[in-house]
Design a protein. Structure first.
Length: 420
């Protein structure tokens, strides 16, 4: 499908602004998003390495002094998005949101460097990038895990990237919506509201954001006072793998990796504490309400991506992953389709997301090659059938959300370039 490969490249270039790329070319996401940009950089690396590095550099230009890399950078403040730069009212050099997103960047950078030779100039650029990513990871360790448990917290559902996942239903339930909230959503005017989060969820997102803002996003204070504080298994799996990949990059560039290596050891041990042997499943933890969260989300399988050193658990995970979707369906639905919270069309409550399939595929590659190939084939098929949409029905493959979605195009390029 050479045609589609060219189309994927054109999609990325079509969404490209000055030094960064929008998640899509419509009005839904008119800014630079953290993990979108990382996936986008991987796509560029197949035809323009400088664009790939530039994408990452621009994202890191918005890094806060304390090390945090925001989930959104508002390079262009003239847009219709809510919450916009004034609603967040923060940023360092670039207007930004006051929260972060899954730190997939070092894993993406390692993929890019594994596949490309870099010249002297690019070497220097990459070295600077790696130092900034190290600072970002150290920020997580220091401020999102003050007790050094090896597991970091997210303080807003948006930090997970899977915004309205049913995983957050229980921690969000007790949040009292702020009185006299006055804001206008734009997203559900651009995309069918049936495919987007509910208003009641948005009211709570804004309430949580306002509380963080009230405390000036002070990382120590908000850890204690945020209305939402969850240790999510998917997020921590991504962070564990990101730390492993960062440690490897620090070695390659002869930089000190002590803090990162020590943290990897604690995470390796304590991630397993989120495993329920009886139920044969991982769970997340609501720290604010001291409760376990059991939701059959595809993100629980990101543990495979983390490459934990435990064959028994890996095998059980793969066995259950194969049952996540029944034969007739396209996979992977973001939530197991027989679960009460499953919704076919609504954003992160059921649809298939290409980046989730990609994370699972990468996690399976060195554990079950045959199944990894099957996942890759299915993912590629969905895109070849329907195009670079944001998400898809696991029942009919019907596309939802934005079209010309950058990470769908990017990850298609990566999957087509992967041998296994
Ligand atoms: C959105 O606007 O839907 C984003 O996912 C929030 O980061």
């Amino acid at each position: 499908m050479k045609n589609l490969i060219n189309k994927a490249k054109k999609t990325l270039l079509g969404n490209r602004k000055k030094g960064y790329t929008l998640p899509t070319n419509n009005k839904l996401y008119p800014a630079q998003w953290n993990w979108d940009s990382a996936f986008i950089a991987l796509g560029y690396s197949y035809f323009n390495l400088n664009y790939a590095l530039k994408e990452i550099q621009t994202l890191l230009d918005g890094q806060w002094k304390d090390g945090m890399v925001p989930h959104i950078l508002f390079h262009d403040t003239n847009n219709n998005y809510y919450p916009n730069h004034t609603a967040w009212n923060c940023g360092n050099k670039i207007h930004s949101s006051g929260i972060t997103q899954p730190p997939i960047l070092s894993s993406i950078l390692k993929e890019i460097l594994d596949n490309n030779k870099i010249n002297k100039n690019q070497f220097l650029t990459v070295k600077k990038i790696i130092k900034k990513i190290k600072k970002y990871h150290e920020w997580f360790i220091k401020f999102r895990d003050p007790k050094n448990s090896g597991l970091v917290s997210i303080l807003h559902p948006w930090e997970s990237g899977y915004d309205n996942s049913p995983i957050w239903d229980s921690p969000m339930k007790k949040i009292v919506i702020e009185k006299n909230l006055n804001y206008k959503r734009a997203d559900n005017k651009v995309v069918n509201p049936e495919y987007r989060p509910l208003n009641v969820d948005y009211d709570k997102y804004v309430t949580i954001k306002n509380k963080l803002k009230k405390h000036n996003y002070n990382p120590k204070t908000v850890f204690k006072l945020s209305l939402f504080n969850v240790v999510d298994v998917g997020f921590n799996s991504i962070f564990l793998k990101a730390n492993k990949d960062l440690a490897n990059l620090l070695d390659q560039f002869k930089l000190d990796k002590t803090v990162i290596s020590n943290y990897i050891k604690i995470t390796e041990k304590n991630l397993l504490k989120l495993y329920d042997k009886k139920k044969e499943t991982f769970f997340s933890k609501d720290l604010r309400h001291n409760r376990r969260i059991y939701v059959p989300s595809i993100s629980n399988y990101f543990v495979l991506f983390a490459d934990i050193n435990n064959n028994i658990i890996n095998k059980k995970l793969i066995k259950n992953l194969k049952k996540h979707n029944t034969k007739s369906e396209y996979f992977f639905s973001s939530i197991k389709s027989n679960h009460k919270s499953f919704e076919e069309k609504r954003y992160w409550r059921g649809p298939i997301w290409i980046n989730c399939n990609w994370l699972i595929y990468k996690g399976l590659k060195n554990k079950d090659e045959v199944y990894a190939n099957k996942v890759k084939k299915m993912t590629v098929q969905i895109i070849e059938k329907k195009g670079f949409y944001e998400y898809f029905s696991s029942r009919s493959c019907k596309p939802f959300g934005a079209k010309n979605f950058s990470w769908s195009a990017s990850l298609y390029l990566d999957l087509k370039n992967n041998k296994c």
